[in-house]
Design a protein around this ligand. Sequence first.
Ligand SMILES: C[S@@+](CC[C@H](N)C(=O)[O-])C[C@H]1O[C@@H](n2cnc3c(N)ncnc32)[C@H](O)[C@@H]1O
Length: 289
Amino acid sequence: MSNESILTYDSKIKKFFHDNKESLNLFYPGISLQRIENDFQIFCEGNLSRKEEHIDNFLIQLNDGKPLEYITGKAFFYESEFFVNNSVLIPRSETEILVETVVKELKESDKDFMSIVDVGTGSGAILLSICRALDNKPSLVACGIDISECALKVAKRNEYLLKYSLPKHHTISWSLGDRLVDTATDSVDCIVSNPPYIKFHQDKVKVHRQVDSYEPHVALYLDDDSYEEWFDNFFKQVHDCLKNDGLFMMEGHEDHLEDQVEVLKKLNFKEIELIKDYTDRKRFIKARK
Ligand SMILES: C[S@@+](CC[C@H](N)C(=O)[O-])C[C@H]1O[C@@H](n2cnc3c(N)ncnc32)[C@H](O)[C@@H]1O
C-alpha cells in the first residue's frame, strides 16, 4: 500500500493545498486551506459513507480548476443558499446590489400586489431572493423567464429547496422563452434582468479562464455583430411590457451601459440611473417607463 492511500482525508487536503498552492491560486485567487476544508465538508453533506471515499473525487475536480460552487452544488447569494450546476451561472455577489435596490423600491411602493418578471433567471437567485425579502407587502406575482430548459429545472429546484423560507403570499412561476416575447403589453410592474452581456470576441479577453471553461456560454456571451440589436429589441420589449411608472433594473457590462442609457432615453424611459458595483464601476441601469 502506498503512503498516499493511507493518508486521512484531512492530511490529503493539507498536502494537496501545500503541493499545489500556485496552480490553485490561478483558478481560485486567494483561496485558503480553511475554505477548501469547509467546502469538502459541504461536498460530503448528506453522504453517510466515509469521507475518505470522497476525497479523491473532490481533489481531482479542484485540480481541474472547476468552480467550488459547481463541485459542492451550492452557492450563497443574498440571504439564501442556492443549488447550482453547470447549466446556470454561479450567482455573483455584485448582483446582490440589484436585488437590494429593487427590494427597497418595491417596499416603498404603496401597492399591495405587484407583478415582477426576471429575464434570464438562471438559478432563480434574483427572483427568489426578492420574493424572500418581501415578507410583508407587496405580494408578488413573480415569473422567471429563461431560454434554457436546463436552467429552469435548477430554478424550480431552488424554489422547492427554499419553500419554507419563501413567504406564502407570493405566486411564483417559470417560463421558457426568449426575453419578453411571450409577455403581455402593459402588464408588468417591475422587470429585472442580469442578461448575457459579454461580447464574445471583443470582451472575452477580460473573462477569467475558469469562467469561460465552466460556466454556460448562453449565460455569458452574445454575438458581437448582433449585440446592440439584441439589447435594442430587449429594451423595446421592456418598454412595451411595463405598466406606466413600472420599474426596470438590469445588470450590464461596464463598457456598454453608457450606450444603452442612450437607447433607453430614445425609448422615453424616465429617471434613468447608472448604479456602481462594489469596485466603483458602473454596472447597473435603473429606469422607469
Ligand atoms: C448572466 S446569466 C444570469 C443568471 C441569473 N439571473 C443570475 O443573475 O445569476 C443570464 C441568463 O440568461 C439566460 N438567457 C440567455 N439568452 C436568453 C434569452 N434570449 N432569453 C431569455 N433568457 C436568456 C441564460 O440561459 C442565463 O440563465
